[in-house]
Ligand binder design. Structure first.
Ligand SMILES: N[C@@H](CCC(=O)N[C@@H](CS)C(=O)NCC(=O)O)C(=O)O
Length: 82
């Protein structure tokens, strides 16, 4: 399963649109940037840069989880689409 941590910004929406266009199922976890949720310890554990979007693919290559931003999401979507 894919988990997307994003806000309604252009970068957040780009990741979401990419997942939608590929028809991939995902769980959306809204991140409130105004509240600083992107700087919480649990979020920083996923992305030390403290920025959305973050995509966690729990079913990465070899069954290992893959975590990353928009670019890794692109790789993940490409892998699943082929
Ligand atoms: N390189 C990243 C940039 C992501 C980015 O700029 N995220 C912004 C929102 S669009 C963010 O999380 N800002 C909150 C912060 O920096 O505290 C990408 O292209 O996805």
């Amino acid at each position: 399963m894919i988990d997307l941590y994003a806000a309604g910004t252009s970068n957040g929406m780009r990741a979401r649109i990419g997942l939608e266009e590929c028809g991939l199922a995902y769980n959306l976890h809204p991140i409130d940037l105004a509240k600083g949720e992107q700087k919480s310890p649990s979020f920083l554990a996923m992305n030390p840069n403290g920025q959305i979007p973050v995509i966690v693919d729990s079913d990465g290559p070899g069954g290992k989880p893959v975590t990353g931003g928009r670019r890794s999401g692109r790789r993940s979507r490409a892998r699943r689409a082929t």
